[in-house]
Design a protein around this ligand. Structure first.
Ligand code: CP
Length: 291
């Protein structure tokens, strides 16, 4: 039984296999490799992309997917998360795909060894399939990523996308630099900048993150417009530089990225979502069929 709690659970060979399978699935629809498999999705936080992408991926491979909505489940009657999980496992799923606000919830459930646990985003610590789809999107554009530089811009401290991305991209030989106001900056040995302008001539990729001002106790900007003045990815800032723009979504238009850049071919926000389905197909194949 293999879990996916973060990309650190994967060997280099498995990461290469996931990306190769995703590439293959993108160009040729696969047969229903998972036709006998049952997956349960359990999302304790909101999701547009990850939940639907996992469901589409599973269904494209012929698996059956059941969704339990925690807001309408017996957790609302006082049942513990562990008991909810154990009851779902009694129905013999081949995997449970979970999103939770606590960093260690996927690990806690994986330790029970009842079914394969797939982390669909936990706390501010890990979002492994997002990191893999970002890797795939960058590799599609650049080929080898060794020596390429990515700036992660925005609320890095609150971001599980940034945490998983930093671990995976540095492992793949990329240079990662962090751009954020001090209160959004995590403790890190990576190069840190407060000014976006300072890094524009150093980077091949910018990953913009949603400004999560609501997560910070003491406001550091009067409002989102004030934040945007410093960190919004605009045409005026980018000019004609060949920089790939990524964002995990949801994008706050004209705060994280301007309308104009969202329509610019350098911006890969929707290709990221498209690639996410193929990456999740490849992850499900690896965990449920190959492991
Ligand atoms: N990228 C991402 O995790 O988006 P959702 O929160 O919509 O799933």
């Amino acid at each position: 039984m293999q879990h996916l709690l973060d990309t650190t659970d994967l060997s280099d060979k498995q990461i290469i296999q996931i990306v190769e399978d995703a590439k293959r699935f993108k160009h040729q629809r696969p047969p229903h490799l998972l036709r006998d498999k049952l997956l349960i999705t359990l999302f304790f936080e909101n999701s547009t992309r990850t939940r639907s992408s996992f469901e589409v991926a599973a269904k494209r491979l012929g698996a059956t997917v059941v969704h339990l909505d925690p807001s309408r489940s017996s957790t609302n009657k006082g049942e513990t998360l562990e008991d909810t999980f154990a009851n779902l496992c009694a129905m013999e799923p081949d995997g449970v795909i979970i999103r939770h606000w606590e960093n260690d919830t996927p690990q806690l459930l994986a330790d029970k060894k009842m079914t394969s646990v797939i982390n669909a985003g936990a706390g501010n610590y890990a979002h492994p399939t997002q990191a893999l789809l970002d890797l795939f999107t960058m590799q599609e554009h650049f080929g080898d990523l060794k020596g390429k530089t990515i700036a992660i811009v925005g609320d890095i401290l609150s971001s599980r996308v940034a945490s998983s991305g930093i671990r995976l991209f540095t492992r793949m030989g990329m240079n990662v630099i962090l751009v954020a106001p001090k209160p959004f900056m995590p403790y890190s040995d990576l190069p840190q900048y407060e000014s976006l302008e300072e890094v524009l001539d150093k980077v091949n990729v910018i990953m913009s993150l949603r400004a999560q001002l609501e997560r910070h106790a003491s406001p550091i900007f009067d409002d989102y417009q004030e934040y945007a003045k410093h960190y919004c990815i605009t045409k005026e800032r980018l000019q004609h530089r060949e920089i790939l723009i990524l964002h995990p979504g949801p994008v706050m238009r004209n705060i994280d990225i301007s309308d104009e850049i969202l329509n610019d071919p350098r911006c890969k926000v929707l290709p990221q979502v498209n690639n996410g389905v193929y990456i999740r197909m490849a992850v499900l194949k690896l965990l449920l069929l190959d492991s």
